[in-house]
Design a protein around this ligand. Structure first.
Ligand SMILES: Nc1ncnc2c1ncn2[C@@H]1O[C@H](COP(=O)(O)OP(=O)(O)OP(=O)(O)O)[C@@H](O)[C@H]1O
Ligand SMILES: [Mg+2]
Length: 392
């Protein structure tokens, strides 16, 4: 039997569809990005209409400007409007820390099966054989390519995909790419051959959303998520205003989800200002708004899990960095992932501190917020992340 609060939650939910507030949901409309979406789609018209064309586009914009959403949206449109002839693969390079993982992700998304034990070239060969046999094309969105390059990862993936025709001449004109990044500075770090391959690529720049735009987007997302009348008009402004210093739309969506959940928990028929205030107070904030562990690389997630687990186990405020590193190696072992070297791990720890996930002082790590919820999210993500390591 359901406990009373759960029963209330089911009967009186303020939500029609809370999933529409989740970070990877792709809504039907993109208010204030229609023009950019149209432009992006326009570049891929030749691909949609079946021409042999390798189109490459940069999508550039600051934190939370809708790059990931636009990638997914345009990928869905191109696949649909081509009648399924164009396949779409989305790869977040923050997770794919080697060309192997990035290519395995493309392999899985295109062929529907994992590619355990194959080399990146063998995987690409499989993909190309499939595209040629089916007379199909492929659009790959490489998201967070700047973070990947900044971490000094292998540039081979950037070289292999656009030059696939060298592996299989019949595949010429079948692979198109979107490179999503926060700025184009990563191009400066490329070696000459890779830079040459990316070539003169068109770029779409996304400007930061202002208050009015955040407000409109929040209003639209709230309309999808809440029952009519469950969220007062005034609260849209309130949520948008609170969210501006914390990263805008992303924080606003988190706030709506949390406020709605609180309202449901209390059995309230609508979300009230008090729910928004409590939700705002309870969400841990990082340098770029709400902490969003979904968007951290696999190694940063593994480090955080090690840190949270250790702080839980010791019940202490501080954890020495060396200890965090040893425990992180254990987490990696459980994940079947090769751990990063100590220097790289330290760089990740510093980045986590800059982003507000942890505090660093005199070689020790502390966490200033209640982290149970963040730990749960990370455990779920790590469980989902399937790591296919190449066989030695
Ligand atoms: N125009 C829009 N309409 C509806 N939702 C939007 C719009 N722009 C952004 N969002 C939402 O805001 C959040 C942030 O957008 P997104 O993740 O695409 O940003 P990003 O540019 O990829 O940021 P980052 O650089 O941090 O990865 C997402 O939840 C997304 O669904
Ligand atoms: Mg993104």
């Amino acid at each position: 039997m359901l406990a009373p609060p759960d029963l209330l939650r089911v009967v009186h939910s303020v939500f029609i569809d809370r999933e529409t507030l989740l970070h990877d949901y792709v809504p039907a409309k993109l208010p204030h990005r229609e023009r950019e979406l149209k432009r992006l789609k326009h570049y891929f018209e030749p691909v949609i209409s079946g021409e042999a064309a390798s189109v490459k586009v940069h999508l550039v914009g600051g934190v939370g400007t809708g790059k990931t959403l636009l990638c997914r949206k345009v990928g869905g449109i191109v696949a649909r409007e081509s009648g399924g002839r164009v396949k779409f693969a989305y790869v977040n390079l923050a997770y794919a820390h080697r060309p192997y993982h990035a290519m395995a992700e493309v392999h899985r998304q295109v062929l529907g099966v994992p590619a355990a034990g194959l080399s990146p070239e063998e995987m690409l060969r499989n993909i190309l054989d499939y595209l040629v046999a089916e007379d199909a094309s492929l659009l790959v969105a490489l998201d967070e390519v700047d973070a990947y390059i900044a971490e000094g990862r292998s540039q081979r993936i950037l070289y292999m995909l656009p030059r696939a025709y060298e592996l299989e001449p019949k595949a010429a004109g079948r692979i198109s790419l979107i490179y999503a990044s926060r700025s184009l500075d990563w191009l400066k770090r490329l070696d000459e051959a890779t830079l040459d391959t990316i070539g003169r690529t068109s770029a779409i720049h996304l400007s930061a959303y202002g208050f009015e735009q955040v407000r409109d987007i929040v209003a639209y997302r709230a309309e999808l998520a809440f029952k009519p009348g469950a969220l007062d008009e005034e609260l849209i402004d309130f949520v948008a205003q609170i969210s501006m210093p914390y990263g805008g739309v992303r924080y606003a969506l988190e706030l709506l989800l949390e406020a709605g959940t609180l309202a449901d928990y209390e059995g309230s028929k609508s979300v009230r200002a008090g729910h928004v205030r409590s939700a705002h107070a309870s969400i841990p904030k990082g340098a770029n708004g709400a902490l969003c562990p979904e968007e951290l690389s696999l190694h940063k997630q593994a480090l955080l899990k090690a840190i949270y687990d250790a702080l839980n186990a010791y019940g202490s405020a501080y954890l020495p960095v060396e200890e965090a590193y040893s425990l992180y190696k254990v987490v990696c072992e459980q994940l079947n992932v090769e751990p990063e070297g100590e220097e790289e791990a330290r760089a990740h720890i510093e980045a986590l501190s800059r982003d507000g996930y942890i505090m660093l002082r005199a070689g020790a790590i502390a966490v200033e917020y209640p982290y149970e919820r963040t730990l749960q999210i990370i455990e779920r993500l790590l469980k989902k992340a399937k790591i296919y390591e190449p066989k030695p």
